[in-house]
Ligand binder design. Structure first.
Ligand SMILES: [Zn+2]
Length: 466
């Protein structure tokens, strides 16, 4: 154990002494900076080198001061034994040192250690009290790790934490910490279903699915879209809710900034007809809807593409909602069919354009007529006719536009890209269902602006438990 810079005895720090420690630290930091600058002229400074070194030195000094302050306080030794969560009794085994990665760099902390023979495990009351139980990371570094891993691969997160914060967290540590937090967030999301925020007069709910690349053992025996009938991915399903009360210059509804929230997971949207329970995904949609007050809106709207599970979930959960086939998806569909019929020939583009115009006007009859001309030759044209027929009530676009509804948003499509694609569908990534769902939970919480609330609840719970 090092000597106290102010020369005070270990133990209690009276107010005056604490201020003495502060002044000593300040003086030492100033001295370090003077040493760094030396006698060279300011104009000749390598400023980046100086600022980086100054930060490093200041943090190192602060870390030593904090370490010393914590290590001289032995109040976490509260007697020869403590009750263990298993019901047994844990015996005091002296002070154990452990290195934690903090925002100040490494901290070597000695804490009272209690060991229980009955369950053969040990714990440090101080780690619980200070929230140091997560992978040798302090709460500050844990939060940074979560922020990075919500956006970037584990490897990239590790690099960014090093570069921006000087924190040494290995890719494996990032992975473990982010997945553990994601698991906590997933549990928290199930519990937090009370309404947050305002209910708008018109509210939009979109659903969509996208494939996540899986590790081989996760998809064995599953049917899929590969040539041999096997699968490489599992479908993540997403629900997103937003509002569009703002209007552009033409008076068209525009998505309100900051109004989008997401919830997603790789899970089933199907249940047996005889089951009284909602499917896992339908239950997720219901929780998100209740957080947003979707069903309380005067005009709830559900948007999606042609998948049956979307409309089944919508009809089951929100029979009062207006169902709209997202024009964005419908156009994608028409353009695919046009490309199959015409290949690269110049007639393709105008044909697709004409269908787009019919779609925007809601002229389903002309669309179907145009497709019928190719139905004998192309099964895709036949399927497209069926798609339009099945969704005809959801494609009355001229009526929806008169009512002032958004019908082509890209929000749902973008949601899948933003929440799943950019983080989970990158080259070389292969997931387990469990791992993917944890990272998706973390990402949804961040992107929906809910992470701070979760973090606060988590800290409160830890305090109460300790
Ligand atoms: Zn025990």
């Amino acid at each position: 154990m090092g000597r106290c810079p102010t020369g005070t005895a270990p133990g209690n720090f009276p107010r005056g002494r604490k201020r003495g420690l502060q002044t000593a630290l300040q003086k030492e930091i100033i001295r370090e900076i003077e040493t760094l600058l030396g006698n060279q002229s300011i104009a000749d400074l390598d400023f980046e080198a100086v600022e980086m070194a100054a930060r490093r030195q200041s943090l190192r000094l602060a870390a030593r001061a904090l370490e010393q302050r914590l290590n001289t306080d032995t109040s976490d030794h509260v007697g020869p034994q403590l009750p263990c969560p298993c019901g047994g009794s844990a015996q005091y085994h002296g002070r154990h040192e452990k290195t934690f990665e903090s925002v100040l760099g490494s901290l070597h902390l000695q804490r009272a250690y209690y060991h229980c023979e009955q369950c053969e495990s040990g714990f440090c009351p101080r780690d619980r009290a200070l929230g140091l139980e997560s992978f040798s990371l302090t709460p500050g570094v844990l939060r940074m790790t979560a922020s990075a891993a919500a956006l970037l691969s584990f490897e990239e997160s590790s690099g960014l934490l090093h570069e921006l914060a000087g924190a040494e967290v290995s890719a494996k540590q990032v992975e473990r910490a982010a997945e553990a937090l994601g698991a906590e967030i997933a549990v928290d999301e199930h519990q937090q279903v009370e309404k947050m925020g305002e209910v708008a007069p018109t509210m939009y709910l979109g659903m969509d699915g996208t494939g996540v690349p899986m590790r081989t053992q996760e998809i064995a025996d599953r049917a899929g879209k590969q040539a041999d009938g096997s699968a490489k991915t599992r479908e993540a399903k997403l629900v997103t809710i937003w509002t569009a009360e703002s209007r552009d210059e033409q008076g068209q509804p525009v998505r309100d900034p900051g109004s989008i929230t997401y919830s997603a997971a790789i899970e089933s949207a199907a249940t047996l007809d005889t089951s009284p329970h909602l499917s896992d995904f339908a239950a997720r949609v219901q929780r998100e809807a209740s957080r947003r007050g979707f069903s309380e809106a005067q005009r709830p709207v559900v948007l999606g593409d042609g998948s049956n599970w979307i409309w089944n979930s919508a009809s089951e959960l929100f029979p009062q909602a207006t169902q709209i086939l997202d024009r964005f998806h419908a156009k994608e569909h028409l353009s695919q069919v046009g490309k199959i019929i015409y290949g690269d020939s110049p007639e393709g583009k105008p044909w697709i354009q004409a269908r787009y115009e019919e779609l925007d006007e809601g002229c389903l009859k002309s669309m179907v007529q145009a497709l019928h001309g190719h139905a004998g030759q192309y099964k895709e044209a036949r399927e497209c006719v069926r798609y339009i027929w099945n969704n005809r009530r959801r494609m009355r676009y001229s009526k929806f536009h008169k009512q002032g509804f958004c019908t082509s948003t890209g929000v749902v499509e973008a949601g899948c890209k933003v929440v799943i694609g950019t983080r989970l569908k990158r080259a070389g990534m292969h997931w387990t269902v469990k791992g993917a769902n944890r990272i998706i939970a973390l990402r949804c919480s961040k992107l929906s602006g809910r992470f701070e609330d979760f973090w606060e609840r988590r800290s409160d719970q830890r305090k109460t438990a300790a």
